[in-house]
Design a protein around this ligand. Structure first.
Ligand SMILES: [Zn+2]
Length: 330
């Protein structure tokens, strides 16, 4: 995503605060914090690792959403290394997405296409999970899964976190049948290859929106809930001003009811993101996006695994699950 012009003044301020010599702290692949060395024989109370602020709540408290599983998906993605569109690392992630979704029993459609970008024509792939419903109408959820083309950028939060949340949502939702169909989109090529513009960004979501327009299916989409940068330890979510007001209210009222008002605050921000590809074609959409302008690591090599909280992932997953329930009842 990219800040809209409203945010540019803040961009300048943030850029000045950032340390000049950005240290390349590449995330270490496959360790989950705190799980390392427990003595083999101890009683249950003593051997339980201490609860920390970032531990995921038990799934029964977040509608079944398992923050630990989601966190493991972030670890996996970061382990593939930087994952820009067209890279071999992204092919590894594509294989991982497909095998995970298949193991959940999801029906997945794949669209392979070529995108003309300022760095040449790149092979890209969108995935669309389709869960049938009883009535006509579709609730669309989505994320991008590519990372910014930049040295040492492993994108734990952008877009490891939202990709992880959508995988965990797919595990829970694929076996369910609601009033309306639920589709879950995994977009390639959200990031700009050189400089964010309408033609250098959102390659995957523009492709999917165009295809769904051509087939007429886009008219069936009642709501599009997009997630991006949703895993930070200190994440806050601001109302994104280009999003559809009734959907912002739906998500924010849901989060308040669940007790998450400290994360879902009432300030506003403005972001250009994959929701634009659908808003431009008349689909109501909301971008649930962490406050990237102020997280201190957006689009830098510091967007690494240590920034990610299983608890934040679980809260966002819970909010998405409850928001889908609300949309299913309308
Ligand atoms: Zn980004």
């Amino acid at each position: 995503m990219f800040p809209s012009t409203k945010n540019l003044l803040r961009t300048v301020a943030v850029a000045c605060i950032l340390p000049a010599g950005l240290m390349g702290c590449k995330a270490s692949g496959n360790q989950s914090p705190g799980a390392a060395s427990q003595p083999p024989v101890m009683n249950a109370a003593a051997s339980a690792p201490p609860q920390t602020a970032d531990d995921a709540p038990p799934p029964e408290k977040t509608g079944g959403f398992d923050g630990k599983r989601a966190f493991a998906h972030v670890v996996k993605q970061v382990g593939f290394g930087p994952r820009p569109s067209g890279s071999q690392a992204l092919v590894h992630l594509q294989d991982y997405l497909q095998s995970e979704l298949k193991s959940y029993g999801c029906n997945v459609e794949t669209d392979s296409f070529g995108a003309d970008t300022p760095v040449g024509r790149l092979p890209m792939k969108n995935f669309l999970v389709k869960i049938p419903g009883e009535k006509p109408g579709v609730i669309l959820l989505g994320t991008h899964y590519d990372t910014l083309l930049k040295d040492n950028f492993v994108g734990a939060d952008d877009a490891g976190s939202s990709t992880a949340v959508m995988l965990e949502l797919a595990r829970l939702l694929c076996p369910q049948r609601g009033n309306y169909a639920v589709w879950i989109a995994f977009f390639d090529g959200e990031e700009a290859m050189k400089q964010w513009s309408d033609t250098d960004s959102r390659y995957g979501s523009r492709q999917m929106a165009a295809r769904l327009s051509a087939s007429g299916e886009i008219k069936k989409i009642r709501a599009f809930l997009l997630a991006d940068i949703v895993g930070g330890r200190k994440a806050q979510f601001l109302r994104e001003s280009s999003s559809t007001p009734v959907l912002i209210d739906l998500v924010w009222n849901t989060s308040a009811k669940l007790g998450y008002s400290a994360l879902f605050v009432n300030d506003t921000t403005a972001a250009q993101d994959d929701h634009d590809s659908f808003l431009k074609r008349g689909v109501p959409a909301v971008d649930v996006i962490g406050d990237f302008m102020n997280n201190g690591y957006w689009h830098t090599p510091q967007d690494s695994l240590d920034k990610i909280s299983p608890k934040t992932l679980a809260i966002v997953g819970h909010v998405f699950l409850e928001s889908v329930k609300q949309l299913q009842s309308k």
